[in-house]
Design a protein around this ligand. Structure first.
Ligand code: AMP
Ligand code: GLY
Length: 425
């Protein structure tokens, strides 16, 4: 079969890498892809948000399944358009993608269907939001309703900080229309976990748990990023907790959507806070996580392509369950100088050949491009170095040994990815 993967990050490299192992995939394209993906698939020069261009390509090349990485195209309705054109595609339609594209939609759905989440209020006027913040005090969390490239959430330690966030989102409109409405919510405490499932709305198969590391510096200091590393499984998510998350968060949400007349087909990803009162949903994403995917897929033994094809046809019941490697997997992101602010580009990356010879290690490219025989950096998150080990400790050691062999000017990375799984704090 012929597959088109849409996107250009580490997540998409991991998907392409996994599809390469499928006996059903004869030809893999990626739009637009990156320097690493270009080594194992055919990259095509179509931007991830160019829906017309993607549609034309899928038609012309007789693509059997298109798989979407980023949320922005899902929110724009690419799935609806491909379905109208009788093309198979993996991902939720525009109505279901609201779960990520509108935090107000998502929180109101959670409230209606009793999905445990932080107490919240919705505001469409900044004065009312300010008044409410003064009433509840700090800490509290201020969230822009719409998509904001992962930057739309402010966990405010003081009332002033929360009001500044309201100001920026609603008066200065730093996220444009995404800040027309905002949410002010209770600040939750606990460890976070990422729980991803694949569903066709009737059946659900869960992927292994993972934990992301969102802050730029060790010990979760500094500003938020797209994710500086991840590991799987997330040892804090015991089998009992996993079941509770599926029952109270995942199934209630999918069933709630169905009751609203919305069928969800694709990956549903719940960001969950494990509080002392039980797991609570922080947010939903409607796509694979990045870098969680890089830490989850190397542990998956089943043929992911078959699962996604069945999902896109609404026939996930054909898949009984997924088969997992019990070993642990760790992904460490190597970032460019300056990231998550303005960062440097076009730096030559060395050491990739040496790392390619190592067992149980794979390097997923994110912001890279090929230039002749060289691989150059081209994004903020440049590489996701990923290692598998019998224990999380072994996986951490293998991964950091590999990271030590790679370099480019200004490269920086967190030194503590996965450490919490060992220390348990
Ligand atoms: P979100 O995009 O909603 O997942 O938020 C990004 C990050 O903000 C989450 O991963 C949490 O670390 C943090 N966050 C979001 N909502 C809350 C909350 N209610 N309490 C504490 N932290 C939160
Ligand atoms: N790792 C966070 C995300 O994919 O949104």
């Amino acid at each position: 079969m012929r597959v088109l993967v849409v996107g250009s990050g580490g997540r998409e490299h991991a998907l392409v890498w996994k599809f390469k192992q499928s006996k059903s995939c004869d030809k893999i394209f990626c739009a637009p892809g990156n320097g690493g993906i270009a080594q194992i698939a055919e990259c095509i020069d179509i931007k991830a948000d160019d829906i017309d261009g993607l549609l034309e390509f899928a038609r012309k090349e007789k693509i059997d399944l298109t798989v979407i990485g980023p949320e922005i195209v899902l929110a724009a309705g690419i799935v609806d358009i491909f379905c109208e054109n009788k093309l198979r595609i993996f991902g939720p339609n525009k109505a279901a993608a609201q779960l990520e594209a509108s935090k107000v939609f998502s929180k109101e759905l959670m409230a209606k269907y009793k999905v445990p989440t932080a107490d919240f209020r919705v505001f469409d006027h900044p004065d009312a939001a300010d008044k409410y913040i003064e009433k509840i005090g700090a800490p509290c969390v201020v969230k822009a309703d719409g998509l904001a490239s992962g930057k739309g959430v402010v966990v405010a330690k003081t009332v002033d900080e929360a009001k500044q966030a309201v100001d920026a989102m609603m008066r200065e409109k730093i996220f444009g229309d995404s800040g027309n409405k905002i949410i002010v919510e209770e600040c939750l405490e606990g460890q976070e976990a990422s729980i991803l499932v694949i569903t066709d709305s009737k059946e659900v198969v869960a992927l292994a748990s993972a934990q992301d590391h969102k802050r730029i510096f060790d010990n979760d200091a500094g500003p938020n990023t797209g994710g500086m590393g991840a590991y799987s499984p997330a040892s804090v998510v015991t089998a009992e907790l996993f079941k509770e998350i599926l029952d109270k968060i995942i199934y209630r949400t999918i069933d709630g959507l169905a009751k609203e007349g919305i069928e969800f087909r694709g990956v549903l990803y719940a960001g969950v806070m494990l509080t002392k009162d039980g797991p609570k949903a922080l947010e939903f994403n409607v796509r694979f996580g990045d870098p969680e995917t890089q830490a989850i897929l190397p542990r998956l033994k089943s043929d992911l392509f078959e699962v996604m094809l069945a999902t896109s046809e609404g026939k996930l019941s054909k898949i009984k369950s997924l088969d997992w490697d019990n070993r642990a997997c760790v992904c460490v992101v190597c970032a460019a100088f300056g990231y998550p602010g303005d960062y440097t580009k076009n730096k030559e990356i060395s050491g990739l050949d040496q790392v390619a010879k190592l067992d149980d290690v794979v390097v997923f490219h994110a912001g890279t491009k090929k230039s002749g025989n060289k691989i150059l950096s081209s994004g903020g998150r440049v590489l996701g170095v990923t290692g598998i080990g019998e224990t999380i400790k072994e996986a951490i050691n293998k991964t950091y040994q590999a990271v030590g062999k790679i370099s480019f000017e200004g490269m920086h990375y967190r030194k503590d990815i996965g450490r919490r799984a060992i220390e348990g704090s």
